[in-house]
Write a protein that binds this ligand. Structure first.
Ligand code: ZN
Length: 599
């Protein structure tokens, strides 16, 4: 009989979990959950259907392999109520649930376990005890018994109860919401620490990364974290960041889980002055997730307070929470001197080019894209550029345009920074400290606050660019700041207007842009393009093949679709890819990159 999980718990009425990596090769975590005072009418339990920050129904309950309930050593009937919900028969308590979770999803969103490490988000492994979410939730993380795990340690921002720093043992969350907001990494990892404005930060890197330059990573992250803490306000908070291997990040209240390619991380012996694109993107990702500590983890859409974890939480505001975060992530790289102003302008131009490439932007506003993210942005397919707009990228352009607009209307005395800090003061500052007064941002409040900061009405701005589908007028907005905007698209070159990828040794049409030559000829996304005028197309030679033609030329195209050879005739169009270039004119002030002096 294992000892009671609740041993040493200071509270009489409690929820206590015990998790152990049980089968490394079979990728199974074993979880025990003890409920001291179950609902006398029969305790309901549910596993979240999604994880906050990643807006898609993922049905984590599908990874629960087997589950049983007992009370005082006797089995208790457990009835499945819906795909992610169970009800235990009435019992006096304590009620014990025992179950296994299959953990083989190497992303920041779920759980992963093998001989090299373990990782989990609480949303994947901890059943929610309905009606008792506000009680303290205790967690005991047990060390795996296998010899290869002898040197494993823990990295998490969960508050320790009896566990030592980075040790196995007990942790204590104030409620269920906190329990699931601190991912846990375990294994043999590289660890670097630093203080930013007095707050200890951990950087944890798992996976085999030869010659990792942890010191450079530590120094760069310290700059970014310090700049962001100073931006809002110094506040004591422990903030570990852990790094895995892919690309992606997920924000949490006191930590973030990140995943990147091995080669994106800095290595020893690399020229210090150089900044590889992969590493720059990774720092941008870190900056993005860190900014979320304020924007979305404390300043939240009203509908996220609290989250409905079993159903979609619809908000039209992700352009503010993801788009504005995307604007500030790279902006902090230039403000901390990690990238140059010239590089930054190049990156902004690239974002404009990306947004203006697809006709989906003319059909869906960023507010609509936010609302429908559950079924559209998070579930993209070959037609997405023709149907949707990204609230990340276009949202970041809305942020930039609003920044320029506020600067223009206030003669440079106010900026978007003032808007963000006002949001923080009103909605985020005491979010976790004062639970009774928690509130989120209502849909219309973002515009109202922007108007207050700008000192003038912004109805047209919001109706055109947030609720409408107009392109942002950067040519006009930037002229005032001495920046020349020009679109140098190569419209003289012949094009099929497709995006290609590779499938085996063939060229796959991953995107066929609406209104382009391929679309008009009848080609479809996912077709394999085999030949242009009888010449074989490879995954990489299409540009060279088309360079021999002129706009208006007729070509014969052969494609495989469902293994059937089809032939089409196309009239080549001009290259529709925008190629915006931004240049600071000699008299340009570049003031839009800087914060005005604070009074
Ligand atoms: Zn984000």
């Amino acid at each position: 009989m294992p000892r009671a999980i609740s041993e040493g718990i200071p509270m009489k009425n409690h929820i206590a979990y015990h998790i152990t990596p049980k089968d490394l090769g079979g990728h199974l975590f074993a979880v025990r959950l003890e409920i001291s005072q179950p609902d006398p009418a029969g305790q309901m339990l549910a596993l979240p259907a999604w994880i906050p920050g990643s807006y898609m129904i993922r049905e984590f309950a599908r990874n629960i392999v087997q589950i049983k309930a007992s009370c005082g050593g006797k089995p208790v009937a457990l009835e499945k109520i819906s795909k992610d919900c169970w009800q235990a028969a009435a019992c006096k308590g304590p009620l014990l649930l025992e179950y296994e979770v299959y953990a083989w999803d190497l992303s920041v969103r779920a759980a992963h376990l093998d001989q090299s490490h373990g990782f989990f988000n609480g949303t994947s492994v901890f059943l929610r005890v309905l009606g008792q979410e506000d009680l303290p939730h205790m967690l005991e993380i047990a060390k795996p018994e296998q010899a290869e795990c002898k040197n494993w340690r823990i990295a998490t921002s969960l508050p320790e109860h009896k566990a030592r720093r980075n040790g196995f043992g007990s942790y204590l969350a104030a409620d269920y919401d906190e329990l699931i907001d601190h991912p846990v990494e375990m294994g043999e990892f590289a660890l670097a620490t630093f203080k930013a404005h007095g707050t200890p930060h951990d950087v944890v890197v798992t996976g085999n990364v030869p010659n990792l330059d942890l010191e450079r990573l530590r120094a760069d992250l310290k700059k970014i974290c310090e700049a962001q803490i100073a931006f809002f306000e110094p506040k004591s908070r422990r903030a570990p960041m852990s790094v895995g291997d892919g690309y992606g990040g997920l924000e949490h209240r006191a930590s973030t889980a990140l995943i990147c390619k091995r080669e994106d991380l800095p290595f020893k012996g690399e020229a210090k002055g150089s900044l590889r694109e992969g590493y720059r993107n990774f720092l941008g990702l870190c900056s993005h997730e860190y900014f979320h500590t304020w924007n979305v983890k404390r300043i939240k859409p009203a509908v996220f307070v609290p989250y409905d974890l079993q159903n979609e939480c619809y908000t039209p505001l992700l352009w503010l929470f993801e788009g504005f975060t995307s604007y500030y992530d790279d902006l902090f790289l230039v403000r901390t001197g990690i990238i140059s102003e010239t590089d930054y302008l190049g990156m902004l131009a690239k974002v404009i080019n990306g947004v203006e490439r697809g006709t989906g932007r003319l059909k869906q506003s960023v507010a609509e894209s936010s609302f429908d993210t559950w079924i559209k942005y998070y579930r993209q397919d070959e037609n997405s550029p023709n149907a949707i707009v990204s609230y990340y990228t276009k949202g970041s352009l809305v942020a930039w345009a609003l920044d320029l607009t506020i600067r223009s209307k206030t003669d440079g005395s106010r900026t978007l920074d003032d808007f963000m800090r006002a949001l923080w003061q009103r909605y985020g500052r005491d979010f976790y400290e004062n639970k009774a007064s928690q509130r989120g941002v209502f849909d219309e409040e973002a515009q109202e606050l922007a108007e207050e900061i700008a000192g003038s009405k912004l109805k047209t701005f919001f109706s055109r660019y947030v609720h409408g589908t107009e392109d942002l007028p950067f040519d006009k907005l930037l002229a005032e700041f001495g920046v020349r905007y020009s679109d140098q698209r190569a419209d003289h070159s012949a094009s099929l207007d497709v995006v290609t990828g590779r499938e085996g040794n063939d060229c796959k049409l991953s995107r066929v842009h609406e209104g382009g030559a391929a679309h008009k000829a009848g080609l479809s996304g996912n077709d394999l393009l085999m030949a242009v005028d009888g010449i074989r197309v490879t995954p990489s030679n299409l540009p060279q093949l088309l360079a021999r033609y002129r706009v208006g030329d007729k070509v014969k195209l052969h494609v495989f679709r469902r293994d059937e050879l089809l032939s089409f005739s196309a009239i080549l169009g001009s290259d529709a890819s925008p190629a915006v270039k931004l240049e600071v004119l000699p008299e340009g002030k570049k003031t839009f990159l800087k914060r005005p002096a604070q009074g």
